[in-house]
Design a binder for this molecule. Structure first.
Ligand code: COI
Length: 354
């Protein structure tokens, strides 16, 4: 398939004060877009000015949420070059999500090349400050106008770019986590592992309640017993427990996070034993009280590594350590961001330089 690059009539003003960047509010000048029709496959691939597009009010995505997305980042290095972090893994996961939502596969090489071409054109949008990056959001939506419930025959797939600062307002400040003993994010056999908007929509109600009570995030337990730790809204959870790293196994309800995978690889290389096992909420609370739970942090593209300051469950809140980011959490943060920003060698071929 050919990729057409259309002219951009007027460029937006670039970011002047990068310290003001927040997450996901500002978008670059161009976007990639392609269309799909059953029988024809993907077609009309183009890079065009960023802006609204029109879809039919009956478009199936608007009614039945047939949608998937991805999130990855490009980083500006001190020498001015631009590094993407594990982009092929995101594209592969995009296709796994597509399969689960009965959406068409994309050609991974074509899609990655298109993403790289878009980034090259938008290179000036990659911010320079440490902690900033250009967030890349591939998305696919069902656009067929049809109110019957079945997989659509028409889709739009697009990539937009957003220069971002820290995901949480407090930057790397420890977050206060509420463990829900009622609401659940994903049940076995559901879509928990897919990166689809519905999972996030379903999380909003509990997140709103948590926020109203002064918590930053919700930690979800398994849907069956409401006993075992799964993940937090926008991140996987890792625990330093009795000197070992414990994290929930991937069994269909937890997102197969690329930052999670990277963190596990780096922690293993630092000499930590990794236990992918069911961790109960009782172990978390007891561990925090006794000190056996030494550190806990979330991992995700948007949040990077996010330290947990305290866990609250039912009517008890327990602080981890002195409530400050743990030593290992910060060491891992430095190591991972070091690889992304080029301060550390890329021993795993995670970096694609533009
Ligand atoms: C990411 O970390 O890229 C995500 O997709 C989380 C997002 C919902 C903010």
């Amino acid at each position: 398939m050919e990729l057409n690059v259309l002219p951009v009539p007027a460029l937006k003003p670039k970011v002047t004060d990068e310290s003001q960047l927040v997450f996901g509010k500002l978008f670059s000048d161009r976007m990639f877009i392609m269309e799909y029709d059953t029988g024809q496959g993907w077609h009309s691939a183009r890079i065009q000015p960023y802006g609204p597009f029109s879809i039919d009010p009956a478009a199936m995505v608007l009614h039945y949420s047939q949608e998937i997305f991805e999130g990855l980042k490009a980083f500006r290095r001190p020498d001015g070059s631009i590094a993407m972090f594990r982009p092929a893994d995101n594209v592969a996961r995009f296709n796994r999500s597509a399969e689960r939502l009965c959406m068409p596969q994309v050609d991974e090489k074509f899609f990655l090349d298109a993403m790289i071409q878009l980034l090259r054109l938008e290179a000036d949008w990659v911010p320079h400050n440490i902690g900033t990056s250009l967030y890349i959001r591939p998305t696919m939506i069902a656009t067929e106008a049809m109110l019957g419930v079945r997989p659509a025959n028409k889709y739009l797939c697009y990539i937009i770019l957003s220069p971002v600062g820290a995901y949480y307002k407090g930057g790397i400040a420890p977050v206060k986590i509420w463990i829900s003993d009622f609401y659940v994010r994903a049940a076995e056999g559901g879509t928990g592992e897919a990166k689809t908007g519905g999972n996030y929509a379903a999380s909003l109600y509990a997140a709103k309640q948590a926020s109203e009570q002064g918590y930053d995030q919700v930690l979800w337990l398994d849907a069956k017993e409401k006993r075992f730790v799964e993940e937090v809204g926008s991140m996987n959870m890792l625990f330093l427990y009795d000197g070992k790293i414990v994290t929930s196994p991937l069994h269909g309800t937890v997102l197969d996070g690329i930052t999670r995978r990277s963190a596990l690889t780096l922690l293993q290389e630092m000499g930590y034993e990794i236990e992918e096992r069911a961790l109960s909420v009782d172990e978390v609370m007891e561990g925090a009280r006794s000190g056996r739970l030494q550190e806990a942090f979330g991992t995700g593209t948007a949040v990077v590594i996010s330290p947990v300051g305290s866990f609250c469950y039912r009517d008890e809140c327990v602080q981890l350590g002195d409530g400050k980011p743990g030593e290992l959490t910060m060491k891992l943060y430095d190591k991972l961001t070091g690889i992304q920003y080029g301060r550390e060698p890329d021993n795993h071929n995670w970096i694609t330089l533009l």
